[in-house]
Design a protein around this ligand. Structure first.
Ligand code: ATP
Ligand code: MG
Length: 314
């Protein structure tokens, strides 16, 4: 699809992006493409370079190298064209302490050169579930409500792309799910969403595709399912049946097996065959096969595989 010579199917194109600060390569040769309508996630630990990457795409910071095209516009040469069409929720949202929710929206719209009347502002508040809080000051809002107000502020210019930097950081599970629903609504409205997160389950539940970042590099990029499939070959099976560990280790297809108290845990590339073999072994020994669980690998396992650390340790 092209329009005015622009590829309208692509929202964002990033090519070999570089950004250094004194003593640290925050972004070290990152490339990716985000098609329109996608919810794209950057997942990584503190200091991975997520915010630095976003800030460049948003036109808020200058890259040292590489190329970024947003909605067909070069971010270096045409930042104004980009900024008109995107909405940005920063990691640290600075809500103005003395303005009510609705006043903040109206002011923000004016900063974008748009006039938002009270009805339209109410409509936006309603969209993020804050209709009752129109006249509340920010310090009277819960963490989740503040995040939703920040999201509404990112929507005042009816953006084609919405950037959300850790939109659910610090929220309880219920507030987080509420925000996920709002992000899905944005997608249903045809917007492209780029978000960052530390939370594996968030990336898995929300994103079409996820880039795993660490030390300024993109280590992997795929759908959550595709990422997990990269680890196919390591399903985990556990059971509390007292099977002899030596026998289990000898089974063809068992990569690793260990006993931890009453729990026997093994890794395998072929869970179906191993399940059958475990059943046969238990049957021969006259032992009931109790608490048998097969666990597919998770994004957490992939992160560990790629970086040697869990995301919490990182
Ligand atoms: N303005 C800055 N000046 C100097 N160093 C910076 C600056 N901004 C970021 N950095 C450094 O660049 C690296 C990447 O930081 P960035 O904020 O992009 O990471 P992040 O993935 O967003 O982390 P977090 O999950 O904590 O938000 C870090 O080492 C950070 O200390
Ligand atoms: Mg950050």
């Amino acid at each position: 699809m092209t329009q005015n010579g622009k590829n309208t199917a692509v929202a964002i194109q990033v090519d070999r992006l570089q950004k250094s600060y004194p003593g640290v390569k925050a972004v070290d040769g990152v490339s990716f493409t985000v098609p329109r309508g996608e919810i794209f996630g950057l997942l990584g630990p503190n200091g991975a370079g997520k915010t630095s990457t976003l800030a460049i795409l948003e036109g808020l910071r200058q890259a040292d190298g590489g190329q970024v095209t947003v909605l067909g516009y070069d971010i270096q040469r045409q930042p104004r064209e980009v900024k008109r069409r995107i909405g940005v929720q920063l990691q640290q949202t600075s809500l103005l302490p003395d303005l009510s929710a609705i006043e903040q929206l109206i002011l923000f719209a004016r900063l974008y050169g748009r006039s938002l009347n009270k009805t339209a502002a109410h409509h936006l508040l309603n969209e993020v579930g804050l209709a009752e809080k129109a006249n509340a000051l920010p310090d009277k809002l819960s963490g989740g409500q503040q995040q939703r107000l920040a999201l509404a502020l990112a929507l005042v210019n009816d953006p084609e792309i919405v950037f959300l930097d850790e939109p659910t950081a610090g929220l309880d599970p219920q507030a987080r799910r509420r925000l996920w629903e709002l992000v899905r609504q944005l997608r249903d409205q045809g917007r492209t969403v780029v978000l960052t997160t530390h939370y594996m389950e968030e990336a898995e539940a929300l994103c079409h595709r996820v880039g795993i970042m660490d030390h300024g590099r993109l280590l992997a990029l795929d759908t959550p399912g595709g990422l997990i499939n990269q680890l196919a070959g390591s399903s985990t099976i556990t059971t509390t049946a007292p099977l002899p560990l030596d026998e289990v280790k000898k089974m063809v297809g068992v990569q690793q097996a260990e006993q931890e108290g009453a729990l026997l845990r093994l890794q395998t590339s072929d869970p179906a065959t191993i399940n059958t073999a475990l059943l046969a072994l238990a049957d021969t020994l006259g032992i009931p096969l109790r608490d048998l669980h097969v666990q597919q690998p998770s994004l957490e396992d992939l992160f560990l595989h790629l970086t040697g650390r869990t995301i919490r340790d990182a």
